[in-house]
Design a protein around this ligand. Structure first.
Ligand SMILES: [Ca+2]
Ligand SMILES: [Ca+2]
Ligand SMILES: [Ca+2]
Ligand SMILES: [Ca+2]
Length: 211
């Protein structure tokens, strides 16, 4: 005689319950560990992510700028650490340009350009990249697009030569230059562990600004 069907059902139910429990607990462990990993990842956002993120923030602003509004327009091997620009606003037949905006390099809060680490953060004379909207008006607004920018880029030696062969001479930690009609943006970032005069990473973007 076969064991009554209900016996199998009870066994099956027990096994099923056990399996479901196991699957659930595995899923929960997985969810916990992946959220832990995610948190850890967020906490230790690497230099690469910081660089790419900052470059993207800069590029997004300049993608809608008009070429003729960009001042100054400097070509490599020269560079500029600040540019002013305007975007086209409105959709009428006649182009209307918006208020002047600026993206430029300036000393970080609490730093003086004196070869000393005035704010004791492990970086000497560090800079930041600031985006200013409605420049010089009552509506002027400023946002920091990048922090921990070293005074100098990867050229290394201030000797009037392009020592690192990037086409620009004695470049600072952040600059713009035009190269074959494209606006090049170069951004160096330091890790916040002090390496006062050496950049820890350099990121470069090319923007084809609209005519
Ligand atoms: Ca400092
Ligand atoms: Ca200083
Ligand atoms: Ca160079
Ligand atoms: Ca040099």
């Amino acid at each position: 005689m076969n064991t009554p069907r209900s016996g199998f059902t009870a066994l099956e139910a027990a096994i099923t319950t056990a399996i479901i429990g196991l699957v659930l607990s595995t899923l929960m462990t997985f969810a916990e560990s992946s959220s832990e990993a995610h948190r850890a990842q967020l906490v230790s956002v690497g230099l690469h992510d910081r660089g790419k993120g900052a470059l993207e923030r800069i590029e997004v602003q300049l993608q809608s700028a008009r070429l003729a509004s960009i001042t100054p327009q400097v070509e490599s091997p020269l560079f500029t650490t600040v540019i002013d620009f305007q975007r086209e606003v409105g959709t009428g037949a006649v182009a209307v340009w918006g208020p002047t905006e600026r993206i430029g390099l300036e000393l970080d809060d609490g730093e003086v350009d004196d070869g000393l680490d005035n704010d004791n953060d492990g970086m000497t004379d560090e800079r930041r990249v600031v985006w200013t909207r409605a420049l010089g008006t009552a509506e002027e607004q400023r946002s920091v697009l990048a922090r921990d920018v070293p005074e100098w880029g990867e050229d290394g030696i201030l000797d009037g030569l392009d020592d690192n062969g990037n086409g620009v001479i004695d470049e600072p930690g952040f600059f713009f230059t035009f190269e074959n009609g494209a606006l090049v943006v170069s951004l160096s970032l330091q890790s916040d562990v002090g390496q006062p005069t050496h950049s820890a990473g350099t990121f470069e973007g090319k923007i084809h600004v609209r005519n």
